[in-house]
Design a protein around this ligand. Structure first.
Ligand code: PMP
Length: 425
């Protein structure tokens, strides 16, 4: 059967006419690799994305031509390295809606960005009896730092439940976000269900109670246009490695006045203004939060990833993934025994598609698919509380990105059908 999605693709308005997947695939050397004798079909993008040649080359070029420590040397290489590092900061600031460069802090990843906020802003502002609101669909990275802080401060964690369809259940939201709420921390897009959450609406609810709002953008920033000023969030966090950039680079956006009032996270070189034996003053933001030598080469290469994404266009990427997610959901749901988790409406979700097989463990699904060259993730996806809510111990998850196409989905689905036959189901 030809799906509507496939038929619509041929229409003039199809984003794929502006989106040459074969050309994009050719930019990613790893996609030419074979795995277990088959062409690699990489569908584990929610875990980490692959890297285009421009990013790989940027790392090599940095070490070949520019490598020096930043913000200290007075020689040419040190100045070039500093300029390249700071150019990525400026680019990141414009990528999320045109904030000030100083409002961008580089960390090791989303996890460290959230820990930074919990250990600095949280330490100073969360007190006994205060409430921190999270949701049932949070990644451990946006749960455990708050859980530990609440435990230490005798604060209370409240959670927004999910509906059976995998949306946030906002029925009691005005009771959950209440005058005791100090922080609301919500994932922009679920790494398990794919759900895109109403961040702007929730941030407004938090602000109406004088609470702050943190959005975990690890799964959203790589796939959607993000404008943190329009969303009106106080903190927005994400990782380079999920958006074509290198590992070891994370971003924390926070409003200037928050950063200026937060204490430092780590102490040491580069984060100070003046030091004597009895007194220390801190550097201005953003440097106050970047102690020691940062991950210079990877930050510099992240610039190339942002440029690559912008050249394709975040709107186009989002539209392509919506189409492909629709195609995948339709094909997967026609396979006997397969159940898809999360919203079915592609306008309300992204391309992280969790599914289970009524007869097989997700680890067996993943192992079988691997034998066909198809890389997916199986497990609890660092969201064990959500797994409990779903009543699952684990799910299989295929997650899409710009270099995936219908062929990849067809190979996945054919392999799943073959798997059921192989196991005699
Ligand atoms: N939040 C979400 C929603 C994620 O999907 C992930 C990564 N799986 C993280 C946080 C943590 O990101 P990182 O491992 O890059 O710190």
């Amino acid at each position: 059967m030809t799906s509507n999605i496939t038929r619509n693709r041929t229409a003039a308005a199809s984003p794929l006419s502006r989106f040459d997947i074969e050309k994009i695939k050719a930019d990613f050397p790893i996609l030419n690799e074979t795995v277990n004798g088959n062409r690699l079909v990489y569908l584990d993008n929610a875990a980490t994305s692959q890297k285009p040649r421009v990013v790989i080359n940027a790392i090599i070029e940095y070490y070949r031509k520019t490598n020096a420590n930043i913000h200290r040397g007075l020689h040419k290489l040190a100045e070039d390295a500093t300029r390249a590092y700071e150019a990525t900061r400026a680019h990141t600031a414009s990528f999320i809606g045109g904030v000030a460069s100083e409002e961008i802090i580089f960390t090791r990843g989303t996890t460290e960005s959230i820990n930074l906020v919990a250990c600095t802003w949280g330490e100073e502002n969360i007190h006994e009896g205060d409430e921190i609101v999270i949701t049932e669909m949070e990644h451990h990275a946006n749960f455990i730092p708050w859980f530990m802080l609440a435990k230490k401060k005798k604060a209370v964690i409240r959670r927004i439940p999910i509906t059976v369809c995998g949306h946030l259940d906002l029925n009691n939201i005005d009771e959950i976000i209440n005058p005791r709420t100090k922080l609301v921390a919500v994932t922009h897009m679920s790494n398990v269900l794919g759900t895109i959450n109403p961040i702007k609406e929730l941030a407004a609810k938090a602000h109406a109670r004088k609470a702050l709002f943190l959005a975990d953008g690890a799964q959203a920033a790589p796939h959607l246009p993000v404008d943190v000023k329009d969303l009106d969030v106080d903190f927005y966090v994400f990782s380079s490695h999920k958006m074509l950039g290198p590992t070891g680079v994370g971003v924390l956006y926070a409003r200037r006045e928050l950063l200026e009032n937060m204490p430092p996270f780590n102490f040491g070189g580069e984060m100070i203004s003046e030091v004597s034996f009895d007194r220390v003053t801190w550097a201005d933001i953003p440097h106050k939060f970047e102690a020691g030598t940062p991950n210079i080469a990877d930050v510099v290469a992240y610039h190339a990833a942002l440029t690559y994404l912008e050249e394709i266009g975040m709107e186009n990427i989002h539209r392509h993934e919506m189409e492909l997610t629709g195609y995948a959901i339709e094909k997967l749901s026609r396979i006997e025994g397969i159940e898809i988790q999360g919203p079915q409406d592609v306008t309300q979700r992204g391309g992280a598609i969790s599914f289970t097989d009524k007869d097989l463990h997700p680890h067996d699904i993943s192992t079988f698919l691997d034998s066909k060259g198809v890389a997916i993730r199986a497990g609890h996806h660092c969201a064990q509380p959500l797994m409990r809510v779903l009543g699952k111990i684990a799910t299989a998850r295929a997650s899409l990105y710009i270099y995936n196409n219908e062929d990849d989905i067809d190979i996945l689905c054919n392999a799943l059908v073959e798997m059921r036959r192989y196991f005699g189901l």
